[in-house]
Write a protein that binds this ligand. Structure first.
Ligand code: CMX
Length: 441
């Protein structure tokens, strides 16, 4: 079997032919209708994108190339002595579409190790930022500084044939995934550990080495990182970080520009930043109530207070999901196995029993159940990572696996520049008076 790049290209070429055929025969097939309310309400429920790497079902949750999270935990190769999947294996699965063997994953790990050098000017750029800059700001600035290394940008400037776009995107995607843990760990050690940096350990897997560079060599934390990097990697194509990366990439911006844009979206509190908001909210609750272990009644009272103050309960609700997020469940299982008596983790479980009926009683929230962000912070705090404003960077490193695999597919399938139609309310009003023609009628 050839290299990962060759396997990807083979799969992409065959799907491109299939898609051409599908569109030739069924291109006019109507797959849905759009109501006026949807264009004012975040395009919720409008199918308008193709993303090959994963698919979200409102009731069942995420499946990566058809595999649920428990199935990934069972079928993907693991580190020696470990029981959580190696995220490099998920990357392979999302990119190629087949489950990797242990040898396939080893090859991805060593390929990433070879590509992991971060040039000094990236660290200098991070150092130029005030230390109190938010870690996500430092992360995005560092990704932009790293853009000097883009194969795509250089080859495009030299007149690359459009048939080769995918090839340059593939190399940039691999380089970025290889280098992001080093950059993220640098930001963490700079901001919270007096700039005492830790050199990579080339004998470790991608997530294990990330844990090591962050300063956590505990095997439990390494296992948590493997699970964390796996479950946060992708959530189909319409979420803000995935959609933004795809959209910016559609203008043929290189993967560094596209991924940095996606990370700016991930930094929003309704998206990835919710993971820091959850722990901040729980810490504030504990401080206000002066207890490490608030009762369910106290939690309920605090939730009502949060809602009355016009704030969201972080970690709850979802634009597509309509049940408990299986990514929450996977983390709950991890907690039961590794830290069942941890008071913060138990508080997360008590919140899970308390919040949904309260949100449900409001009558307007479509999904009262927890999402991925409701649990992750408590597991990190257990191992000593209490600096919650760093959490979204961890999410970002993981999300690179999904959105960059998708970007490879975008260019390999030659998807065009994205450009949906927008309208003004004046035009809507004229439609309603019967004066204008509504598209599609
Ligand atoms: N707490 C309080 N109110 C909530 C809520 C929550 N957790 N979730 C939804 N609502 C409110 C909405 O703000 C909206 O109120 P208004 O009508 O007054 O504007 C109403 O309920 C209806 O919203 P919805 O259709 O159920 O939810 P949306 O699809 O619009 O939004 C989401 C989805 C995730 C942004 C929202 O549930 C939310 O803000 N949750 C808290 C933040 C969070 O955990 N985000 C992380 C999501 C996962 C991720 O991307 O990482």
């Amino acid at each position: 079997m050839g290299s990962l790049k060759a396997r990807f290209k083979e799969k992409a070429d065959s799907l491109a032919i299939e898609i051409k055929d599908i569109l030739k025969t069924h291109g006019n097939k109507v797959i849905g209708e759009v109501q006026l309310s949807q264009i004012y309400q975040g395009m919720r429920g409008i199918t308008g994108l193709v993303s090959e790497t994963s698919l979200l079902d409102a009731q069942e949750g995420i499946r990566f190339r058809g595999y649920s999270i428990p199935e990934l935990q069972e079928k993907l190769p693991k580190a020696e002595g470990g029981s959580e999947p190696l995220p490099e294996g998920l990357f392979y699965l999302m990119l190629v579409g087949d489950l990797p063997s242990a040898n396939d994953v080893e090859l991805v790990t060593s390929n990433l190790q070879r590509r992991s050098h971060v040039p000094n000017h990236v660290f200098d750029t991070i150092e130029a930022l005030p230390i109190n800059s938010h870690p996500m700001t430092q992360f995005v600035v560092a990704i932009m500084a790293l853009q000097t290394e883009s194969h795509y940008q250089k080859r495009y400037a030299a007149g690359m044939n459009k048939k080769d776009y995918w090839d340059a995107v593939f190399d940039d995607a691999m380089d970025l995934i290889a280098r992001l843990p080093r950059i993220a760990a640098y930001i963490y050690r700079r901001k919270y550990k007096n700039g005492e940096h830790i050199q990579p350990n080339g004998l470790l897997d991608w997530a294990g080495n990330f844990a090591h560079m962050l300063g956590y060599d505990d095997e439990g934390f390494m296992e948590l990182m493997r699970l964390y990097m796996t479950i946060h990697a992708d959530h189909e194509g319409g979420n803000v970080s995935a959609h933004t990366t795809h959209l910016v990439g559609s203008a043929l911006s290189d993967p560094y520009l596209s991924f940095a844009a996606g990370m700016n979206g991930l930094a929003g509190p309704l998206h990835g930043l919710a993971n820091q908001e959850v722990i901040k909210w729980i810490f504030e609750m504990r401080e206000e109530l002066n207890t490490e272990s608030p009762s369910k009644e106290q939690i309920a009272e605090y939730v009502r207070k949060t809602l009355t103050a016009g704030k969201v309960v972080p970690g709850y609700g979802h634009a597509v999901l309509r049940k408990t997020d299986p990514r929450f469940t996977a983390q709950m299982e991890f907690g039961k196995k590794h830290m069942p008596e941890d008071p913060l983790v138990k508080t997360v479980w008590n919140i899970y029993e308390t919040v949904p009926p309260i949100l449900q009683s409001l009558g307007k929230i479509k999904n009262p159940w927890p999402n991925v962000d409701a649990h992750s912070g408590a597991l990190l705090v257990h191992y000593g990572m209490v600096e919650y404003d760093f959490y979204t960077v961890l999410f970002g490193v993981s999300r690179a696996l999904g959105v960059l695999a998708s970007l490879c597919w975008d260019r390999a399938l030659s998807l065009p520049i994205e450009r949906p139609k927008s309208v003004t309310t004046d035009l809507v009003k004229s439609w309603l008076k019967g004066e204008g023609e509504i598209w599609g009628e």
